[in-house]
Design a protein around this ligand. Structure first.
Ligand SMILES: [Zn+2]
Ligand SMILES: [Zn+2]
Length: 218
């Protein structure tokens, strides 16, 4: 079976190609990709300026995605074809010291779906079943695809320990800033100050509920 995929052969050399679909091994699932975000990391990889991990070309990028399961490996028991899933693209080994002390995000053998392994800028993507999270079919898959960036932002909001009544300042209102703003408000932030030079993004900050919006250039 073949699929269409956007293949990054070298920096700034992105082509739509027909490539083989990877059949799922016993503990993997094959997903029909329905939605995939474009991350700042993808732009870095496209430009050849590198992401958080060492990537090699050719590469199929795309790590913020959701879709529908087409086929499951023989050992997969908790998911089935037709299920809607969102994917955690960082596949940890479970064996190294950080993994064994519960800090899997510091795994020394991390595989990144869409950064070091084939990702979701393609019709299909094959991933370990433990990296897939079932989502309710009532949730649209383009919303479900935002699970990865929302997860990153949620970790940041947890680290910042935002409590009810807090004042939160967000410098830069790109996609991550927009997600953090909503999470800060949901965490009970009483005042939300956004500093952003682009007028459209400042308007978005007001729409989301920022109490003070500052243009740092004027
Ligand atoms: Zn990303
Ligand atoms: Zn590990």
């Amino acid at each position: 079976m073949k699929m269409l995929a956007l293949v990054l052969n070298a920096p700034r050399d992105l082509t739509l190609e027909r490539v083989p679909v990877k059949e799922p091994s016993a503990d993997e699932i094959l997903i029909r990709v329905k939605a995939c975000g474009v991350c700042g990391t993808d732009l870095h990889l496209f430009e050849g300026t590198g992401g958080a991990m060492d990537s090699e070309y050719p590469l199929i990028m795309g790590h913020e995605f959701a879709g529908e399961i087409v086929r499951c490996g023989d050992a997969v028991t908790d998911l089935k074809s037709g299920d809607h899933v969102a994917v955690d693209p960082n596949v940890y080994c479970g064996k190294c010291e950080p993994c064994r002390s519960g800090e899997v995000h510091f795994c020394q053998n991390m595989v990144g779906i869409g950064t070091t392994a084939p990702g979701a800028f393609a019709e299909y993507c094959t991933v370990p079943s433990r990296s897939a999270y079932k989502v309710d079919p009532s949730l649209s898959l383009d919303v479900a695809a935002m699970m990865e960036p929302v997860g990153c932002c949620l970790h940041g909001v947890d680290r910042a320990n935002i409590q009810p009544g807090c004042t939160t300042v967000i410098i830069g209102f790109g996609p991550a800033g927009q997600i953090i703003a909503q999470l800060a408000l949901l965490s009970g932030s009483a005042r939300l100050i956004v500093i952003e030079p682009v007028a459209e993004k400042r308007a978005m900050a007001r729409a989301i509920g920022a109490t003070t919006v500052i243009d740092p250039l004027h």
